[in-house]
Design a protein around this ligand. Sequence first.
Ligand code: IVH
Length: 677
Amino acid sequence: MYLYGVKPEDAKERISLLTKELNHHNRLYYVEANPQITDQAFDALLKELEQLEAAFPQFASDNSPSKRVGGDITKRFQTVTHEYPMLSLSNTYSEEELVEWIERIEKTGLDAIEIVAELKYDGVAIGLRYEEGQLVRAVTRGDGEQGEDITMNVRTIKTVPLVLSGDYPEKFEIRGEVFMPIDAFNRLNEDRESSGDERFANPRNTAAGTLKLQDSSVVATRGLDTFLYGVYGHNLPFESHADAVRAAGTWGFKTPDESQRYLQVCTSVNEVMAFIHYWEEQRHFLPFEIDGIVLKINAYDHQRKLGFTAKSPRWATAFKFKAKQVVTPLLSVDFQVGRTGALTPVANLLPVQLGGTTVKRASLHNADQMEKLDLHAGDHVFVEKGGEIIPKIVGVDLSKRNQEATRISFLANCPECHATLVRREGEAQHFCPNDKACPPQVIGRIQHFVSRKAMNIDGLGEETVQQLYEAGLVKNVADLYALTHEGLISLERMADKSAENLLTGLQKSREMPFDRVLFALGIRFVGETVAKKLTEAFGSLDQLQQASLEALLEVHEIGERIAHSVLEFFKDEDQQAIVHALVQAGLRFESEAKVLVSNVLEGKVLVVSGVFEQVSREQIKELITSNGGKNASSVSSKTDYLIAGEGMGPSKLKKATDLGVQLMNENDFLTLIGYGK
Ligand code: IVH
């Protein structure tokens, strides 16, 4: 790019335009899983922005997409050249073309052809390198020639063996797919919803995003899984693909199970077709998503003879499932208001059978999505269910539209409290700003408070909360603790026994630990994990309430967004009154004292960085607290020791040296606390 002579005002304008564009495409890609430009086009825009920002730093904002994970993450993983290029597969949606593919191979004169049929896992391709039975490197596919080294993250995946067993080759690479099982995906989205974050769009993109997180301890909580399906190396002792996969199973890898029909060695076209037809129906009942079937010629000798085209092997191909689609009339659109005030438009459909379930409703996500579909009253809509679990509306059957029909537009006011809706810059969702008095928000917060993962109050379900609110008995979570037997039995359908249960449940909830109470308060972006981190770092309500922005930001994994939300919550007078009433009601606002192993680290602040040999980073952190010390995530003037492991970033090291922070290795630390060799 030619920057010489660019006028500042033009640069400023261009930076602002690029920022908007990039934020928009980031969203389409990550949240909506609906990219509208190629990765290459995205990278070009990003590069232009980076160059302009470098030349005109006065216009570079802290929140620029150039500093976002989505944009600059690829720079933080090391690029690795694949020893064997990671090719792609030719594919087809047509059974005839597939039969032609098989016939073409038969015509080459190869005899006794066996075709291995496998599931086509809808995840992220990965190559794992093992040397002397140890995992040494995990690399993404990248562009097929070069990928990114994401070993740290892959190590956290439970089904990836770190050390092999059995009779494995000395050096080899094994390839396969990392994916997020549907249960893990749903759990993650529930957590995100309960802390006020937007839901992720689908398991595949979530798996891809997770593998590129900088903090492998977060990756570890995401429940990623793998199937390994290809062994690569010199002089491997196998004659066929199926033999190699079977052997890999004995070394400790998770490989496709033949008894579950995840893999089948077929000797005829009919067998291949039966496999495809079986999975076309059964895929909806798998605990993970697949998007087709992969066929591979089994014998390595045959594979060698068939060879490759420029992009893909001739000995393999993929049959992709078409998304199942139906047309059904749209009955109406509801607008749901969540606990955080976010509005979600939901389409009510004439019930229709699709991929083994009845579909009655489908989320329309947000105003942009509605705009794109341009829904009109009485429209017939196309509903699709591909690999994914949740059906989506993909379009309108215009031939069935009544020309007089009116357009269905997004609301301007909250359907519940009529407040004017707002849409914050960069966000896709509209919000009702009336968090104090909008009934679903107020009720939603109380429902969240009593829910299983929060205070888990027995005998108090969502409907009872609604009833209590409507009867004017409970206006906020603190009012729950003022409920009386008389008050309760005045409610309709509330028997003596149920009232008793509820009061016992409330009594028991006074024993809930501080982190659950903090989570239950429903502070935006404070989910279960964040609540734990905060209570570990601050120990009591008093300390948390007094925490400055800087102190909050020092806690591992707490960023600006969460920190500001916490500060805002405790500044709010109504919230202060509620929290005060909860303290009076006897809830726990202090962490339980940890059993101290020693107090050698009392008053000391330590930062742990890098990878260690004898103990994990998490274990070191635990040892720090159990010996009376405090963990911090970044080096500052308050840091006493930096425990340096392998691969620690040079900037951390420099900062520590500049500030005169004492450096320790793993052994120094273990000796200090009395565990040394
Ligand atoms: S074999 C040279 N087997 O599909 C052949 N790929 O479209 C390499 N995939 O990048 C691929 N399940 O990420 C193979 N059972 C399976 C697969 C599979 C999913 C993915 C893989 C690959 C992509 C090709």
